[in-house]
Design a binder for this molecule. Structure first.
Ligand code: ATP
Ligand code: ATP
Ligand code: MG
Ligand code: MG
Ligand code: MG
Ligand code: MG
Ligand code: MG
Length: 301
């Protein structure tokens, strides 16, 4: 086929290699999830099942793409940062973006019935995706701080908005009008004085989003049956179905078993290079303050 007279069309494809030595931040976002969430009966302002499903899809992505060192999710979006030396697909932009976005989407569908056992899908959801390159750790840290600050602002607004609608008997138009121009402190005050809601008591998952990172799997050394100790979940709102589903294989494990003629010394080399198994953990912690990064000095290196 390569030698056919048609093969010249291949030359119209342009190289799209991403700048070497830079951090790749890939963000997926649900397409028209305002509608999707309404049509699938998401509870407002925060549907726990939907957030857990997003986390689950993100875990699947991180189990597949080992060069992702950190993920952050809120609402219908997830961001992933790849280590800056990644050579995934030769750093081809379209290949990386389309494959990761596609895997996230198919995993969202694959895991749907685990988190929404009673809710049939009415139509197939989709996600958009983009990659932004950042030159240093500072911009990457600020990027994640930006997304978490967005989580805070949106969640405070949405919590106040839905309190006015669901408990204050306002229409959605009235609720928007009530909140127009208000400062964060006024929304806190409104929630507390009118609805008895102390915003800071809401689950950390809602206020801080989900932080996914790799940690050594201590549980691989623990007793069989001790099955939830390895995943740090929000205890108030544990996610159904993702507790044990995603213990990652050792980093260097081949995806497919290709028959190979064994050579002397292989076993020894395997033992030497084998890294301990890692597991993708879900945290709902602050990533705006420096502490998160100071506690993990090697995360982005
Ligand atoms: P676009 O296609 O431009 O992204 P969108 O409708 O998806 O449009 P977003 O700004 O991405 O708009 O907002 C996502 C919307 O999805 C939220 O405003 C909210 O209505 C809904 N949503 C997402 N996740 C949840 C959830 N866990 N619980 C309740 N609603 C949710
Ligand atoms: P890449 O990720 O680079 O695309 P690939 O393994 O998908 O790698 P392709 O060049 O896209 O490689 O080829 C797709 C392969 O999938 C085919 O070579 C064939 O082995 C298999 N395949 C796809 N469709 C069918 C089919 N309908 N029946 C049998 N095999 C198929
Ligand atoms: Mg959007
Ligand atoms: Mg969206
Ligand atoms: Mg969004
Ligand atoms: Mg093909
Ligand atoms: Mg293919």
């Amino acid at each position: 086929m390569a030698g056919s007279r048609f093969a010249y069309v291949k030359n119209f494809e342009l190289p799209d290699r991403l700048l070497p030595g830079t951090f790749l931040v890939l963000r997926v976002d649900g397409h028209s999830f305002h509608r999707f969430s309404t049509e699938h009966g998401f509870s407002k302002p925060n549907d726990e099942r939907a957030l857990c499903l997003m986390d689950h899809a993100a875990r699947d992505v991180m189990d597949e793409f080992k060069d992702i060192v950190l993920g952050f999710g809120e609402s219908d979006e997830f961001s992933f940062v790849f280590r800056k030396s990644t050579s995934l697909y030769n750093r081809r932009h379209a290949k990386i973006l389309s494959t990761v976005t596609s895997l996230f989407t198919s995993s969202y569908l694959f895991r749907w019935s685990t988190h929404f056992p009673e809710t049939p899908l009415r139509y197939p959801p989709s996600f958009d995706g983009r990659i932004v390159l950042y030159p240093s750790e500072k911009e990457v840290q600020d990027y994640f701080a930006w997304r978490q600050a967005d989580t805070h602002a949106n969640n405070l607004y949405n919590t106040a908005f839905w309190a006015l609608v669901q408990r204050g008997n306002q229409t959605t138009t009235e609720a928007h009008a009530s909140l127009r121009g208000t400062m964060a402190s006024q929304k806190h005050e409104l929630l507390f004085s009118r609805f008895g809601i102390n915003y800071n008591d809401l689950p950390s998952r809602y206020r801080k989003g989900s932080v996914l990172l790799r940690e050594e799997d201590e549980a691989s050394a623990s007793l069989p049956g001790d099955d939830t100790s390895n995943v740090e979940q929000d205890q108030e709102h544990p996610c159904q179905g993702i507790h044990n589903a995603n213990v990652a294989a050792p980093d260097e494990a081949p995806r497919e078993t290709v028959p190979q003629i064994s050579k002397q010394g292989d076993a020894k080399r395997d033992r030497k290079t084998r890294v301990s198994p890692t597991i993708v953990k879900v945290l709902h912690c602050d990533i705006i303050r420096a502490d998160f990064w100071l506690a993990r000095p090697d995360l982005l290196s």
